[in-house]
Design a protein around this ligand. Structure first.
Ligand SMILES: Cc1cc2nc3c(=O)[nH]c(=O)nc-3n(C[C@H](O)[C@H](O)[C@H](O)COP(=O)(O)OP(=O)(O)OC[C@H]3O[C@@H](n4cnc5c(N)ncnc54)[C@H](O)[C@@H]3O)c2cc1C
Length: 380
């Protein structure tokens, strides 16, 4: 879909996947109810409005529980407004492909997280679509909506009134309420993560190898935006999407600051302890306010923050798979993950490395090993 794999000559492509442009951006004015400024839903609305697509597949809140994702087919641009904001939970979004096709929609846009986009790309050739636009968001981890309600109850005495939650790049979680209370933020270091069950995030998320949605035409996130949003325009189709909302966008170049090395190394040491069944090393209570004060000031920022998060995710993948499913590593850990963890002393042990892809004569091992996430034929 991008016509090429990540270019080793452009080091950020190892972290974020192939892209032709990387932007810091914000929708002006920001959309009411959006998770950040609403670029993702505005882009889909623009595709509908211009007639480039007949329908959009996205996720709206379940009427019975605002945190539960409800997959929807949207044909009216105004309908994208109700898809704004992040839901926590697994949404069977691609189950709507069949009804969308049955309704005669041949030009589709799909808004999805990486696991949804991977499955979509695997199905794409058989869908008989005239055109497909893929707007992806990054995704760190997901969990069941029920689990997420438990997390909210640990964070707040009146969790039912929490209307918004985000893990911001200034190392704080922001909570907003609809009961009149002002928004508040909690430093990451003060989150009650130790009280969450070990399986709070499923193994599939903890071993995910595509944080940044490398197969999307356009990735819309926030990690590299240093307080704004962060766009990865991956191919011509992604550029076409951005062009359609250009008048509403304020764009700039992503900045960076700080150094990630020590943060990622510390994360690795703690994850290794946890994966080995040892208790995670916690900071003493007195040191936490100091560290929480210092973290946004001296920790990695902007693109360096995004690189740190991607490396941490890669570290998690290797350590959790090694512990839980060592025999699957050679099929599940693509080469770019090994490149990301190499500076931290993690390297494939015997049998863990990806076998070379099958040659034209078919002599190499069947199955081809962990596939590149970026490859794909150029599209016409
Ligand atoms: C579980 C989860 C974890 C995320 N983690 C990160 C992260 O670590 N770093 C990062 O940069 N971004 C992350 N995102 C994306 C981020 O929350 C924003 O969606 C993104 O920055 C776009 O913001 P926006 O204002 O343009 O979105 P909006 O215009 O408000 O649109 C929100 C979009 O999110 C989609 N959506 C909401 N909930 C779900 C869901 N459960 N499953 C699938 N799609 C959903 C909607 O369909 C809609 O397209 C995550 C999203 C989810 C769902």
């Amino acid at each position: 879909m991008h016509g090429r794999t990540a270019d080793p000559g452009r080091p950020d492509e190892t972290f974020f996947g192939p892209f032709r442009a990387m932007l810091r951006a914000r929708l002006t004015p920001p959309a009411e109810g959006a998770q950040w400024t609403g670029i993702a839903t505005a882009a889909a609305a623009a595709l509908l409005r211009s007639g480039a697509v007949d329908a959009v597949l996205a996720v709206a809140p379940d009427p019975a529980d605002r945190w539960r994702p409800l997959p929807v087919i949207v044909t009216d641009p105004a309908g994208l407004a109700r898809c704004r904001g992040m839901r926590m939970g697994f949404a069977p979004l691609l189950a709507l492909l069949a009804p969308a096709r049955a309704a005669g929609y041949r030009r589709l846009a799909v808004l999805g997280i990486p696991c949804q986009v991977h499955a979509l790309r695997a199905l794409e050739a058989d869908l008989g679509l005239e055109r497909l636009y893929v707007i992806g968001t990054p995704c760190s981890d997901n969990t069941t909506t029920a689990n997420f309600h438990r997390f909210l109850a640990l964070l707040d005495p009146r969790p039912a009134a929490v209307s918004y939650l985000e893990f911001r790049t200034d190392y704080r979680v922001e909570l907003r309420y609809d009961d009149g209370r002002p928004a508040r933020t909690i430093p990451f270091l003060r989150l009650p993560l130790a009280e969450l069950p070990a399986d709070f995030f499923p193994m599939t998320c903890r071993t995910c190898v595509d944080y940044t949605n490398r197969l999307a035409d356009l990735t819309v996130g926030y990690m590299g935006g240093d307080g704004d949003q962060w766009l990865l325009v991956r191919n011509d189709r992604g550029q076409e999407i951005v062009d359609r909302i250009a008048p509403q966008l304020l764009v700039g170049s992503p900045g960076q600051g700080g150094r990630r090395r020590a943060a990622v190394a510390g994360f690795l040491a703690n994850t290794a302890r946890a994966a080995g069944g040892l208790p995670v090393r916690r900071m003493p209570g007195w040191a936490r306010p100091i560290a929480a004060f210092l973290q946004p000031r001296i920790g990695p920022r902007g693109l360096e923050f995004a690189r740190a998060r991607v490396e941490m995710k890669a570290v998690e993948t290797v350590l959790h798979l090694r512990r839980a499913f060592p025999r699957r590593m050679r099929w599940m850990v693509p080469a770019h993950i090994w490149r990301l963890v190499a500076p931290y002393g993690l390297a494939p042990a015997a049998g863990e490395a990806t076998p070379p892809p099958a040659g034209p004569d078919g002599t190499a091992e069947r199955g081809g090993g962990a596939r590149s996430l970026d490859a794909g034929a150029p599209r016409g």
